[in-house]
Design a protein around this ligand. Structure first.
Ligand SMILES: Cc1cc2nc3c(=O)[nH]c(=O)nc-3n(C[C@H](O)[C@H](O)[C@H](O)COP(=O)(O)O)c2cc1C
Length: 233
């Protein structure tokens, strides 16, 4: 049993809240895992060429090719992305779009697998996990837990954070803000967030170790998906 962890942040691991939370979930699972950083990868969005409809294999030649096998081989996913304008950042979204290759003609490669969604924002990570959870459902993957945290918005280190009227420091601390290391949000200093990540990992690990029934998960997710469709029409 193996988990694939995906970090959608394009920042260095040392400053990325997504990296910290995704790795905490993975480590806490007690399972074997592989970790992929989307930073630096060339992954474009789905171009809807329909080259994948016969065999469920994307024909676009970019870095998504090498990730396909890892996606297929994994039993579960821990996917994390930063909140950019209330949605996952572009490379994470492109990565997700390219899972379209698995969806044709009842391609059931991913059905019944498990997942944890991770979202980090300068203010809020919730919009990201909402998107990720819907994304998982499209492949009948069960999101067993979600983790959101507040990361360090770049405004804290851009050099103008104390005077910028539209930056996060002023939005969080008011017009007299003085930026010192202790006021910069860091998921690692948010015990409830780190705890949620650890618990999510344990839950995922336990579900996998207990030999989850992919058929049962698939049916439950299909039903949930139909309900979602009905409520949105
Ligand atoms: C282009 C851009 C748009 C952003 N939009 C939002 C936003 O709408 N809401 C929010 O809470 N944070 C927003 N942020 C802040 C990031 O989500 C925040 O810095 C987060 O910590 C990034 O994740 P990371 O630490 O893993 O890199 C934005 C950052 C950038 C660069």
């Amino acid at each position: 049993m193996k988990i694939l962890g995906v970090v959608g942040s394009t920042r260095d691991s040392e400053v990325s809240g997504v990296h910290k939370l995704v790795t905490t979930v993975l480590e806490s699972s007690g399972m074997e895992y592989e970790l992929v950083h989307l930073k630096g990868k060339k992954i474009g969005g789905c171009i809807c060429c329909l080259g994948c409809v016969k065999d469920n294999i994307c024909k676009v030649d970019d870095d998504m090719r090498e990730l396909r096998d890892q996606i297929v081989e994994a039993d579960a996913y821990v996917i994390g992305a930063p909140n950019f304008y209330s949605t996952p950042n572009a490379i994470s979204h492109a990565f997700m779009e390219r899972w379209y290759q698995f969806r044709h003609q009842a391609g059931n490669t991913l059905w019944g697998k498990l997942a944890v969604a991770v979202g980090v924002g300068g203010l809020d990570g919730q919009p990201v996990v909402d998107q990720l959870n819907k994304f998982f459902m499209y492949s009948f993957i069960e999101p067993v837990a979600q983790v959101t945290g507040q990361g360090a918005a770049a405004c804290f280190t851009c050099g103008y954070g104390e005077t910028c009227q539209v930056g996060v420091p002023m939005a969080l601390y008011g017009p007299d803000v003085k930026i010192t290391p202790d006021i910069i949000p860091d998921v690692g200093k948010q015990p409830e967030v780190m705890n949620a990540a650890a618990e999510a990992g344990k839950l995922l690990g336990n579900r996998l170790r207990n030999g989850h029934d992919r058929e049962e998960v698939t049916q439950r997710m299909q039903q949930k998906m139909m309900e979602l469709f009905k409520s949105s029409t």
